[in-house]
Design a protein around this ligand. Structure first.
Ligand code: ATP
Length: 323
């Protein structure tokens, strides 16, 4: 393979730039020409791509976001859209692709490979850490650290005013971010989609805390929790605890931004290099990942369909610390 391209797709994540840099430098080291496709699948459809030099990825390892921009593409979900994307790649002589994105982006990559035979290797870039085939995804560590910083600050004000805060963190259908934030932020309770918790459980835990003379409490709520987001859970709690001063904080998109942590820069660099080397060595329809500190490749099929489970010992720990 002499000419390949890299793109970022879906939600952006800190460390995507470090991954782009690794892909570009790795490709050039191995003698391949590397293009950057802007705006994910939308850019592929429009032919928005240009060659990248080693210099073009200088000074980006420390930057959040993605220099290639990202997008969610409705057109790529259609066969006609994917046909246009294939034609753009043909026109530019692109023989293989590196996709940096989440499970949706890999689902698109898999469909594209099956329909048009385009060789694609993925690098998991998403703060959600919901992809099988890697212990951690690019951006997860930074997102957790950002959220913890915010939770620490909220704890100060919660304590000063004797308040109960319901803090919503991102993670889509996964509680990975929530459970780690809960542990690191000393939360009284963590609500995650992986375990069924009732509003009564929440009220009981808060009441136990109050009986133990706790004047303030933090409950971390994963955005995908089955009871609802922090706003809904707080509304239910207010009805049952009329005398409590209950507030809500939704951390939102600050979790996606910022300089990637050291851990994310290393992970992104390792997976980017592994992805491009895999592609140039003939791998396709797989994702590069790191499991137990070993570089591994996992078929897209498994990466997107196998559910990564949340460590039960983490959930148990929160309960024990607040019993
Ligand atoms: P994150 O989890 O961080 O949000 P993601 O990669 O899962 O990232 P999605 O919005 O789910 O983000 O997917 C990115 C893009 O992948 C979609 O906008 C769409 O263009 C493409 N895609 C997703 N699913 C499919 C599919 N079934 N067929 C074709 N393309 C798809």
């Amino acid at each position: 393979m002499k000419k390949v391209a890299v793109y970022t797709s879906g939600g952006d994540a800190p460390g995507m730039n470090a991954c782009i840099r690794a892909v570009v430098r790795g490709a050039i080291y191995h003698g391949a020409e590397i293009y950057g496709i802007r705006y994910g699948y939308n850019g592929m459809i429009k032919g928005d791509m240009k060659p990248l030099s080693s210099y073009s990825v200088s000074n980006i390892i420390q930057k959040g976001g993605t220099i290639l921009k990202s997008a969610r593409s409705e057109e790529f979900r259609t066969k006609e859209g994917r046909k246009k994307a294939y034609e753009s790649l043909q026109e530019n002589g692109i023989e293989g692709l590196i996709c940096i994105g989440g499970d949706g982006s890999f689902t698109g990559a898999k469909v594209f490979y099956e329909e048009f035979g385009v060789a694609i290797v993925g690098a998991p870039g998403t703060i959600d850490n919901d992809i099988y085939g890697t212990d951690f995804t690019i951006g997860f560590d930074t997102a957790v650290n950002t959220a913890i910083e915010a939770i620490d600050k909220i704890r100060d004000t919660a304590d000063s005013h004797d308040r109960i805060f319901f803090i919503e963190v991102m993670g889509r259908d996964s509680g990975y971010i929530a459970i780690r934030c809960g542990i690191c932020g000393g939360a009284e309770m963590v609500l995650v989609p992986e375990t069924a918790t009732t509003v009564e459980d929440v009220i009981n835990t808060l009441k136990v805390g109050k009986d133990r003379s706790k004047t303030s409490s933090i409950v971390v709520v994963a955005e995908g929790d089955e009871i609802g987001g922090a706003i809904e859970v707080a509304a239910m709690a207010r009805k049952a605890m009329a005398d409590a001063d209950i507030r809500v904080a939704t951390l939102g998109h600050i979790q996606r931004g910022g300089a990637p942590s050291a851990k994310d820069r290393i992970l992104a660099s390792r997976m980017g290099l592994s992805a491009i080397e895999g592609l140039l060595n003939g791998r396709k329809n797989v994702m590069a990942g790191v499991m137990k500190d070993e570089l591994v490749y996992t078929p897209f099929e498994h990466a997107i369909t196998i559910k990564k489970s949340l460590s039960p010992d983490l959930l148990r720990m929160v309960k024990i610390f607040n019993s």
